[in-house]
Design a protein. Structure first.
Length: 454
């Protein structure tokens, strides 16, 4: 086309040129040559256009073929989509029918599935906390899988659940001994023989131990119970199979034993009395020691007096009666009144020596409860002071001061009671000695009076 337009342009130019040539008398041959070139160019452009037209028609036929193929494929896909849609709807209907059939076929099995999961979930905690797990660990894994299952349990899984419950019941009725790692209070762990008493307690040769279910470990008891309880542990460990023995069982699986560790011992109670309690204890010790010394001394004096009674005519100055008899022998020639005065004077000289320290015991017995009362007052003052400073929100803040008040009162009474008893014993012993001296003195005076009358 460009060549055609170019030819037209050239022709127009030639026309103008021709006109100009005519006007200017141009050469005719040049015009013929140009005309010949234009004709040749028109023929060439026609061939090219015809070739292009043929190519276009050929391409048009191919495009029509592709269009027809695409239309047929589209129709096939639409038909396939309609078919799949019908199949999907039919599958939905079939699935709903199958679900109804499954629900009808399952029946009570669905309820059983819920019961199994619930029972397994509830049993996990009790079995893990059971003392049987200290001897047979890992029993809760099967229960965990059952509790987390989302399909109906198999017969084997149901049997595993049954076996787990049956094992727990069976082992709870046994006394079993096994080896296990046992933690010490120092933090070390040692392999020891542990005896399990049903599902209640674990014991070793050192006493009771506890099972920590959270850490799956056997831990020591902070403080063992009283000695009479521990004796039953030794008895249990030394008892052979088939025999019976006495044993203290904690039915709470260690809760009572843990509470026992918080109970203060006698020594701890004594220390709660603080300074006042120490003073009361010192008074008790001094009074008891003094009473013991005086009692032994009076017993020795009584023995010497009894020996002197058997030998009246030979006075011995190592005992009160002997010294009184010596006064008699030194004053035999005196009249009855003077002799009686001399003997009374001798008895008065012996009385302080015999009654030495007895009144001190009595005074200590009276002071002890007064000190206990003093400790009570001090403890209550400190208690009210704590309330003023910290309030009543935490009873533990006041517990120490209240313990001081109560423990000192108890210590005062505990000290006073034996001191009063010791005072009564020693005082009775001294009075018995004085009574013997009075009796012997009266007998001597009576015998001397009879001699004078004779």
């Amino acid at each position: 086309m460009k060549k055609l337009f170019k030819g037209f342009a050239v022709a127009a130019a030639l026309s103008v040129s021709a006109g100009a040539a005519l006007n200017a008398h141009a050469n005719t041959e040049a015009l013929d040559k140009i005309l010949q070139e234009v004709k040749q160019n028109r023929i060439s452009e026609g061939k090219i256009n015809k070739q292009r037209e043929q190519e276009f028609l050929s391409s048009r036929a191919n495009q029509q073929s592709l269009l027809n193929k695409a239309k047929s494929e589209l129709a096939a896909e639409k038909a396939r989509g309609e078919r799949l849609n019908k199949e999907f709807k039919q599958n939905e209907i079939t699935l709903a029918e199958k679900e109804v059939e499954l629900a009808n076929a399952t029946g009570t099995l669905g309820e059983m599935f819920g019961v199994v999961r619930r029972s397994a979930s509830e049993a996990i905690g009790s079995i893990e906390a059971s003392l049987v797990s200290a001897e047979k660990p890992g029993r809760a894994e099967v229960l965990r899988s059952l509790a987390a299952a989302k399909e109906l349990p198999t017969t084997r899984e149901l049997e595993e659940l049954w076996i787990a419950f049956q094992t727990e019941m069976t082992e709870s009725a046994k006394v079993s001994t096994f080896e296990a790692q046992v933690a010490e209070l120092s933090g070390e762990t040692n392999v020891k023989q542990v005896t399990r008493v049903g599902n209640f307690n674990l014991v070793t040769k050192d006493g009771y131990v506890l099972y920590d279910a959270a850490n799956k470990a056997i831990t020591p008891l902070g403080k063992q119970p009283d000695g009479y309880v521990l004796k039953t542990v030794d008895s249990l460990l030394s008892t052979s199979a088939g025999t019976y023995t006495k044993f203290y069982v904690d039915p709470t699986r260690g809760s009572i034993l843990r509470l026992n560790t918080q109970r203060a011992t006698v020594e701890e109670r004594w220390h709660q009395g603080d300074t006042v309690g120490y003073i009361i204890t010192a008074l008790l010790a001094v009074g008891a020691l003094l009473a013991l010394v005086r009692f032994l001394d009076l017993m020795m004096v009584s023995a010497k007096i009894k020996a002197q009674i058997k030998n009246i005519n030979t006075p011995n100055t190592n005992n009160p009666l002997g010294r009184i008899l010596k006064v008699y022998h030194d004053n035999k020639n005196q009249d009855v009144e003077n002799l009686e005065l001399k003997l009374d004077e001798a008895i008065l000289r012996e009385t302080p020596r015999i009654e030495t320290g007895i009144n001190i015991i009595k005074i200590l017995a009276a002071i002890a409860p007064l000190l206990g009362l003093l400790g009570t007052v001090v403890g209550m003052i400190l208690t009210f002071e704590s309330i003023t400073l910290f309030g009543t929100g935490d009873p533990k803040i006041m517990a120490g001061n209240i313990s001081l008040a109560l423990v000192t009162t108890a210590l005062g009474l505990i000290a006073a009671l034996p001191l009063i008893l010791l005072h009564a014993i020693v005082s009775g012993r001294s009075k018995a000695v004085l009574h013997i001296l009075d009796e012997q003195s009266a007998g001597i005076v009576a015998a001397h009076a009879e001699k004078e009358k004779a």
